[in-house]
Structure formats: C-alpha cells, structure tokens
Ligand binder design. Structure first.
Ligand code: CMP
Length: 223
C-alpha cells in the first residue's frame, strides 16, 4: 500500500512545471495541502473506471497511462515523468478514471485532493493556465495519434513515436535518445503487435535511421 513521507520543500515545488509561475506565498500554502506517497514498480496508482478523489504530481520515477481495449489488450496512451501530473480529469468532470496509471519504477508522487485542487485553480490563473497548456499538449498528441493510426503504416508510426519520446527526454546532449523501451511497449503505444514492431525496428536499423544503445533508441538529430 502507499506510504506517506515528509512534505516537499518550496524549492522542489518550484521545479515542477505546473507550479513555475505561482507566487512564493501560494506555494507555501500548496505545500501544506500535498500528501507524499510512494509506490513500488508495477503498482497501479489509478485504476480505470474507479471514482477519483485526488490528482497526482510525479516527483520521482516514471508511470505509464494505459487503457484496456475492447479485446482486453492494454494500450499505452502516454508515459509520464518527473514533474508531470495525472488524475486531474476525474476531478474536473466527476466521471470515473479514464485510464489506469501504473508505476514503471519506484515512484514518489504528491497527491492533491479534489476540493484543494479546484480551489487552487480558481485562485491562481498562472496555475490554471499551465494545466490548460498541458491538457492542450495532450489533446494535440491524441489528434496526431488518431490521424497516424488511420493514415500511416507501422514503420512511420514507430518513427514518429521514437522521435517524440526521444525529444521529450530531459537533459540530453547530442543524438536524441528514447527512454528504456521494449518492443511490446512500442506496440502497445502505436496499436500493433510486438512482432510487427520487431520487423519495423529491424528495417529502420538496416536503413541506418535507427540505432540502439542498450535498451535506448537513438534517433536522428532534429535537423
Ligand atoms: P483521470 O481520468 O482522473 O485518471 C486517469 C488519468 O490518466 C487521467 O485523469 C489523466 O490524468 C491521464 N490520461 C488520460 N488520458 C491521457 C492521455 N491521452 N495522455 C496523457 N495522460 C492521460
């Protein structure tokens, strides 16, 4: 089960993108509302279909957002990292959790209760704007995925995904590098089978477009 830890410092809250424009006074009161929790690798933090009372901000580790398809397969909607938030949708519309969120490594998160979250948003336009900007980014990505699912072949979908994940990876120099990924995870993200991804990856390596470094993939530089 989740365990509680000490509250975050103001400096570490400031480093979270969602709080970057918030005043020091506001951060002090936000800090007192956040509850820190730890989850081991593979633990489900949010369960699709369950009611939602809290939203969460990641302070350590990485999570995957997944949804079960009609045939019972798990589709990965997104990988979220330190500084990212999740679990806000149910707080806005009071509908059940839209997806499951699972720890991909040891994870530490800050939990914020529904009423506190909604009150903070109504008092801080900067905070509300940064949440809206992130939701806009996610909607753009869903739009991209929807159009690539219908128009692009698996090879192009694999390339698009690897480029996006590599460019989103923080603190990199030189050739963009994805996080650790398995063929199965790539397949679950682009909506195909593991075998098809294995073939696409092999083809992309043979063409010289893709290289591998352990379990990371190296994609061509932006230009
Ligand atoms: P909620 O529906 O409360 O619980 C599941 C959470 O997964 C959801 O809030 C969002 O925070 C997150 N989520 C759902 N769909 C996506 C997506 N396409 N990209 C990123 N995060 C998502």
């Amino acid at each position: 089960m989740a365990q509680s830890h000490k509250p975050e410092t103001i400096a570490s809250l400031r480093a979270i993108p969602m709080f970057s424009g918030v005043s020091r006074d506001a951060l002090e009161s936000i800090a007192s509302l956040l509850i820190e929790r730890g989850f081991p690798k593979n633990k489900t933090i949010v369960e699709e279909g369950a009611p939602g009372d809290y939203m969460y901000i990641i302070v350590e580790g990485r999570v995957k957002v997944t949804k079960l398809s009609g045939d019972g397969r798990e589709k990965i909607l997104e990988l979220l990292d330190v500084g990212d938030f999740f679990g806000e949708m149910s707080l806005f519309d009071e509908a059940p959790r839209s997806a499951s969120v699972k720890a991909m490594a040891q994870v530490r998160i800050l939990a914020l209760a529904r009423n506190d979250f909604l009150r903070l948003l109504s008092r801080s336009p900067d905070l509300a704007l940064s949440v809206i900007q992130e939701l806009t980014r996610r909607l753009r990505q869903v739009d991209e995925q929807a159009s690539s699912l219908s128009f692009q072949r698996v090879k192009e979908r694999t390339m698009g995904l690897l480029v996006r994940l590599a460019r989103e990876e923080p603190g990199q120099e030189g050739r963009p590098r994805t996080p650790v990924l398995t063929h199965q995870q790539i397949a679950d993200m682009i909506g195909t089978s593991r075998e098809t991804v294995t073939r696409a990856v092999k083809g992309l390596k043979a063409e010289g477009w893709l290289e591998q470094d352990g379990k990371h993939y190296l994609v061509p530089p932006a230009d």
